[in-house]
Ligand binder design. Structure first.
Ligand code: SF4
Length: 468
């Protein structure tokens, strides 16, 4: 999973300030590295490791000199490919520039390709594929017709024109926004809000935009009879104040909480309190509180400046980060029966760590309500849960999971309730990690094959192996 932002000024103003705010607003989508690429008599690039840096007001001028031009693209990366050491992170930082057949292309991307093996980073693969053809539109169409996966891409061509395209199923988000002086693309609407760009819409699946000085062109390159927007965006990844499909994500999360309350009334009746694991589950906790009338006590607080997202880390690092991130308040829990609301359970270590702390603080019974359905299958499309072996939901049933995480019961959202809460049709969403039904052919074939093989519990990412 990554975040992208791209912008062109319609007058000649330097674009860096807006580019910076647009990507900073989406830093939750990637902590491994960040990068900027602008165009002014050629490409100007800057990348770094970790979070997008804080820039003081007086330092913007220096950055504008470093990254001149009225068009630019920016990226934050959360790796789903390769190792997690620092040198690799810097090497994998985007945007990248590719030179082939005497043409240069700069791109940044969010997603994951299904079956290209583990040798070439997706971004290089995409650029090289596009540059195979003389014309960029032909190159992108060729790519869309032949390569399977999730991809939202923004780029700059050799003349500095901005372009953007999205895979034919629209698995990862991408929006187009404009006002009187700019045209822009963003993974989430918050990238526009922070820049005061009020008008935006979705880049349609299979669509290419080319932004020129006085005009822009939209071309539908590939048409499919379904869409497959990632359901996990609603439960975990997107910011609560982002708008997807006309609704704020926080409204959907509240509804997810309400639905859990309706479905699992026997546990609601036995409970004294709702506790949420901050911050993604807070909105669902509010919905559950509204539905049931149970008190929602914010007994778990976040250390505000520990910003790491535990999900995106290596196992050892993840557990110590979870412990450092949260503070469990040590009063009022003695002898209480509590519902703990969690956005999702992938490996189970976040939940286990938090529940241990709640037990130490005196909780007598703990019922875990999970807003996202049980994750049983790996993701091929850009979320780093890429092996069967790491998924607690693949190997264990609900009772076993409850024991492993230290709960008295674990209650998952049903798939139907989730889809109804989101308000999209079943064939508009990807829910493959919960159903095992993949929206792309090759991913389905690979999973079916791996499930029957002795490699099912291999630790190597499923899409980093090449299947013939
Ligand atoms: S498999 Fe799951 S995480 Fe991956 S795109 Fe589909 S819904 Fe999202």
């Amino acid at each position: 999973m990554c975040g992208i932002f791209a912008i062109k000024s319609l007058n000649e103003e330097n674009i860096f300030t807006k580019l910076y705010w647009g990507i900073l607003a989406q830093n939750h989508r990637g902590h491994d590295s960040y990068g900027f690429l602008t165009f002014h008599n050629g490409f100007k690039r800057f990348t770094g490791i970790g979070l997008v840096p804080k820039i003081e007001k007086e330092d913007f001028q220096k950055w504008k000199l470093l990254l001149p031009g009225n068009t630019g693209i920016a990226h934050v990366r959360y790796g789903t490919f390769g190792s997690r050491d620092l040198s690799f992170k810097l090497k994998a930082a985007q945007p990248i520039i590719t030179l082939k057949n005497n043409k240069e292309l700069g791109i940044a991307y969010n997603g994951n390709l299904v079956n290209i093996g583990g040798n070439v980073p997706d971004t290089e693969f995409i650029s090289n594929y596009i540059l195979e053809k003389n014309d960029i539109i032909d190159g992108i169409q060729n790519f869309m017709n032949n390569i399977e996966g999730a991809y939202s891409v923004v780029g700059l061509d050799p003349e500095g024109n901005l372009f953007a395209f999205r895979d034919p199923l629209g698995i990862r988000p991408l929006l187009f926004g404009e006002d009187n002086s700019t045209r822009a693309f963003s993974s989430e609407s918050v990238g526009f809000n922070i820049n005061d760009i009020k008008s935006f819409k979705e880049v349609e699946p299979g669509e290419l935009y080319i932004i020129k000085k006085d005009s822009y062109e939209r071309i539908k390159l590939v048409k499919r009879n379904r869409r497959a927007f990632c359901g996990f965006e609603f439960a975990y990844f997107s910011r609560p104040d982002s708008i997807i499909n006309g609704k704020y994500v926080y409204e959907i999360r509240e509804e997810l909480g309400r639905r859990l309350g309706k479905r699992y009334q026997e546990f609601v009746r036995k409970s004294d309190l709702i506790i949420s694991i901050p911050e993604t589950a807070d909105d669902a906790a509010y919905g559950l509180h509204e539905e049931t009338g149970l008190k929602w006590e914010r007994m778990i607080r976040r250390h505000r400046f520990v910003t790491n997202r535990a999900f995106i880390m290596e196992p050892d690092e993840r557990i110590s980060t979870i412990s450092k991130k949260i503070n469990v308040l040590n009063h009022g829990l003695q002898g209480k029966k509590v519902i703990v609301i969690e956005d999702s359970i992938v490996r189970g270590d976040t939940t286990r760590t938090v529940l241990r702390r709640l037990r130490e603080a005196g909780a007598e019974k703990i019922y875990v309500f999970v807003t996202f359905p049980k994750i049983t299958h790996p993701c091929f499309y850009g979320i780093d849960m890429a092996t069967f072996s790491e998924l607690i939901g693949f190997s264990f049933n609900e009772e076993q999971i409850a024991k492993i995480v230290g709960a008295d019961a674990v209650c998952y959202q049903t798939i139907d309730d989730f889809i109804n809460a989101v308000g999209m049709k079943r064939n508009e969403l990807c829910m493959a990690c919960t159903t095992g039904e993949y929206p792309t052919e090759l991913a389905q074939k690979i999973v079916d094959k791996v499930k029957m093989s002795s490699e099912v519990l291999s630790n190597k990412r499923i899409y980093e192996r090449l299947y013939k």
